[in-house]
Design a binder for this molecule. Structure first.
Ligand code: AFD
Ligand code: MN
Ligand code: MN
Length: 432
């Protein structure tokens, strides 16, 4: 597999020189300000540097709505090209070392070769995503009326087999988790039996869980509506929690921030799932109205901060195999997807570092004393702190870019890719 154009390390270094003196000045000023608050900036730089979030393979192509898709030039046409784009994001950001693949969109002809190619780019694979919400060319039975919960056992069997195939591919790629999101549900009242469809869901999932390797986890991704616009089978966190509990110790709930009805208190959902030991991970994005898949932190940065505050205050923010899985899930309709991914990864890391600034002891005392104003003030003080110098320094220490977006633009990466990757008709990238 060819990489084509890559940003050279010397170019990156040269670019960093442009931003260095200002970055240093701002870092020193913040260091001093934090010191007076009794906080060590070096410690925060280390924790920021240890933060990781996975990239979704489907988000490096231009997304679309159900009306249209307006692809820009240089879109990746193969899974190899998607990996090269992800590697470029990681090269500049240094916090996105894994890619979450989607089958069959990323189905590799030779999984081992793909794994080796990813490794040569400094990447690994995160949770593998199955897809039974579309029909694929040559597929025997249709998912028009459901997949894992279909009334016809043969359709359920086909959907189960697909998930088992995903596990097999994932094993070869080095994944440790399977994420299952289904489009099953109903568009009209009376169309499905709520009770029987959920029973069938559990019955199908049980077969998949039985095939899960011991060191794997399975994430149940819930969503209130779309494509089923009256009711989905796995509609909310409560149902997901019930199912994850029923399905045993390897099964967890996945919180996609956009999969909640407007005004849902998502940080509280996160806290509950964490408290019950059933929070598996996240799909980060932002939302104004529904499953908008907008860039993380673009609409409700305070909410993102409060989510991380719940994780940090519970001491559960660690990321890794047995801990939480952090993944981005976005659709970039009008931006260069790589720029959106870089900015989003930074916003997620920012929310995490801001949450680390919360004075936990003072907050606990304010809660104990029922001092609501002081409690809010403590949270706001952390949220208001501009931690950009910390994020920059962490990237710089790891060999990344001080200003990823400007460095990316200056490199001409997109123009190079537009030449290397002439658009193919029928290229489908980025649902969602
Ligand atoms: C769909 C769903 C969901 C899922 C993604 C990838 O809304 O967010 O994670 O597809 O399977 O967009
Ligand atoms: Mn999602
Ligand atoms: Mn979604």
């Amino acid at each position: 597999m060819e990489t084509g154009f890559r940003i050279s390390p010397s170019f990156l270094e040269e670019q960093n020189k442009r931003f260095e003196s200002e970055a240093n000045r701002e870092y020193d000023a913040l260091g001093e300000a934090l010191e007076t608050r009794g906080i060590s900036i070096e410690l925060l730089v280390r924790r920021a540097g240890a933060f990781e979030v996975a990239l979704p393979s489907w988000a490096v192509g231009t997304g679309g709505t159900r009306f249209a898709r307006f692809p820009a030039g240089g879109e990746p046409r193969t899974v190899g090209e998607k990996l090269v784009d992800c590697a470029t994001v990681h090269q500049l950001m240094r916090i996105t070392p894994r890619v979450s693949p989607h089958i069959p969109w990323d189905k590799p002809a030779e999984p081992q070769a793909l794994k080796a190619f990813a490794e040569s780019l400094g990447l690994g694979f995160d949770a593998i995503n199955s897809n039974t919400f579309q029909d694929q060319p040559g597929q025997n039975l249709s998912y028009k009326f459901g997949s894992l919960t279909h009334t016809d056992k043969a359709v359920r069997r086909q959907a189960i087999e697909h998930n088992l195939e995903c596990i097999e591919i994932g094993k070869k790629l080095g994944s440790k988790a399977l994420t299952v999101w289904i489009g099953d549900g109903s568009n009209l009242p009376g169309q499905i039996s709520f009770r029987q469809s959920l029973d069938r869901y559990l019955e199908s999932l049980r077969v998949i869980v039985n095939h899960l390797p011991n060191d794997w986890r399975l994430f149940l991704e819930y969503k209130p509506y779309e494509p089923a616009l009256y009711a989905t089978v796995l509609n909310d966190w409560g149902t997901a929690y019930y199912c994850a509990t029923d399905l045993g110790s390897k099964v967890f709930c996945l919180v996609d921030l956009g999969h909640h009805l407007p005004n849902t208190n998502i940080e509280m959902v996160v806290s509950r799932l964490l408290q019950f030991g059933k929070l598996g991970g996240f799909h980060f994005n932002d939302s104004k109205y529904g499953d908008d898949d907008l860039d993380a932190g673009s609409i409700k940065p305070f909410q993102l901060f409060l989510v991380f505050h719940e994780l940090v205050s519970a001491g559960e923010e660690r990321r890794g195999n047995q801990n939480l899985s952090y993944m981005i899930d976005q659709s970039h309709n009008v931006t260069d997807p790589l720029e959106s991914l870089m900015l989003s990864a930074e916003e997620i890391q920012r929310a995490y570092v801001q949450a680390l600034l919360v004075d936990q002891k003072a907050l606990a005392a304010a809660q104990e004393e029922n001092d609501a104003i002081m409690a809010l003030r403590i949270l706001k003080e952390a949220f208001r702190t501009d931690v950009t110098p910390i994020l920059r320094r962490a990237r710089q220490n790891a060999g990344g870019a001080l200003d990823p977006i400007l460095t990316y633009r200056a490199s001409g990466y997109r123009a190079h890719k537009a030449k290397e990757r002439p658009a193919r008709s029928g290229t489908s990238a980025g649902i969602v």
